[in-house]
Design a protein around this ligand. Structure first.
Ligand code: DCT
Ligand code: MG
Length: 400
């Protein structure tokens, strides 16, 4: 199976090792009690409880590499298939020991099982390893790790023969936009994970800013940190006011305040394009229409309980952090909160479940019943789950 085996190179040592691994695997299959009494697992992530504890990381990490390469190659079907497969395995309270363990599970196709088989037998997938060592994959992965650089731009730079950041920055014909400039400027900091302590420190900063503007402010930490993750790539907040209409102009005032405090390193503000009369939106759009801003903030060491999550030897005493703020009107709060809490796969399956099983349309703005031809009101996430006839799933169980 390995490249050296395929190419017929001398492989005695490697082969002997693989035979050992395989023997162990066969023995494990023979003795592993197949979890037969396991309750049926739903094909929808919104009917599964998925905590941050992933018992099948060895498989899901491999699937996520395949998701990435299919994304780079714009091949949607297999991309979605591997996303769903990874999500199913993440929900299991046990580790798959043997392919037989998976026969009752949904969303695992032939290709998925072939990858799992490789990993079970040899401890690794040769298909995934081939991708990981591929120059195009490595380059696209590197380029898209920059804030503001998507797969299209990364591909364009790759095709021009560029392979490193220094080559991009030295290329006079490339004009970076403001977002990309900030992306390169703060690369070290924003490619480094944000800790929970840092997220909580940022919540204090935003909380203080918004309460200085209005006493009836509502602030919620969403995204991965609301789901109980210890680390994230950014910190997501919903910020609004209890009084309808008063949320207009709230973000610009927060931005103004952060600027005066000298901690705003980057800001992309997008005013609201939310128009209730345009609902329901038939096709799901990548972004909702609420006012929002994508920020880079300066966080001081002294503001973080337990200190900043920075590299050893970093003596600046601060770091840059990516922060997203979204500001829906209060009557849309529950939908925005549900939408921004993620995970992305959980959201995809909520919408798919609504459409396929309930003949309803769900997005970050509203829930529409196509049979009754009416919008269903909600003030809490529980209301939305109830409208959908779903058991309530706590945020920390949405890590699908
Ligand atoms: N979201 C969405 N539509 C988008 C982007 C995000 O509905 N176009 C939702 C899904 C998750 C949530 O917003 C926050 O997005 P991220 O910060 O990208 O995800 P995360 O789960 O918070 O992951 P991370 O910990 O890496 O920040
Ligand atoms: Mg996030």
């Amino acid at each position: 199976f390995t490249d050296s085996m395929r190419e017929g190179r001398p492989v005695a040592v490697e082969t002997r090792h693989l035979i050992q691994v395989r023997k162990k695997y066969i023995e494990k299959c023979r003795t592993s009690p197949t979890p037969t009494a396991v309750a049926t697992v739903s094909q929808y992530a919104c009917q599964r409880r998925t905590t941050t504890e992933n018992n099948n990381k060895i498989f899901t990490d491999a699937f996520e590499v395949l998701v990435e390469i299919y994304e780079f190659n714009e091949i949607e079907g297999p991309c979605l298939a591997f996303r769903r497969a990874a999500s199913v395995l993440k929900s299991l309270p046990w580790a798959v020991q043997c392919l037989g363990d998976t026969h009752n599970l949904p969303c695992l196709g032939e290709h998925t099982k072939a990858i799992m088989e490789e990993i079970l037998q040899y401890g690794r997938s040769f298909e995934v390893e081939k991708i990981l060592s591929d120059e195009r994959y490595q380059t696209l992965k590197l380029f898209t790790s920059v804030f503001g650089v998507g797969p299209k731009t990364a591909e364009k730079w790759y095709r021009r023969g560029l392979r490193s950041f220094s080559e991009i920055l030295a290329d006079r014909s490339i004009r970076l936009n403001r977002m990309q400039q900030s992306g390169f400027q703060h690369y070290g900091d924003i490619s480094r994970a944000v800790s929970k302590a840092e997220a909580l420190a940022l919540r204090n900063i935003i909380d203080e800013a918004v309460h200085a503007i209005t006493p009836d402010a509502v602030l919620a930490l969403t995204g991965g940190f609301r789901r109980g993750k210890e680390f994230g790539h950014d910190v997501d907040f919903i910020v609004t006011t209890t009084e309808m209409g008063k949320e207009e102009g709230l973000l610009p005032r927060i931005i103004d305040k952060l600027t005066k405090e000298g901690i705003l390193l980057y800001c992309d503000y997008q005013a609201s394009t939310f128009d209730i009369s345009k609902l329901p939106s038939r096709r799901f759009e990548a972004m909702d229409h609420f006012a929002k801003c994508f920020l880079i903030l300066r966080l001081e060491d002294s503001q973080v309980g337990g200190g900043l999550h920075i590299a050893e030897g970093d003596i600046r005493g601060w770091r840059a952090v990516r922060v997203d703020l979204v500001s829906p009107p209060m009557d849309r709060y529950a939908f925005a909160l549900l939408g921004w809490s993620g995970s992305r796969q959980f959201e995809r399956d909520l919408r798919r479940f609504a459409r396929m099983e309930r003949h309803m349309l769900l997005d970050n703005h509203a829930l529409y019943d196509k049979t009754k031809k009416e919008f269903l009101a909600a003030t809490t996430e529980k209301d939305i789950f109830a409208h959908l006839g779903l058991e309530y799933i706590e945020p920390w169980q949405r890590n699908a």
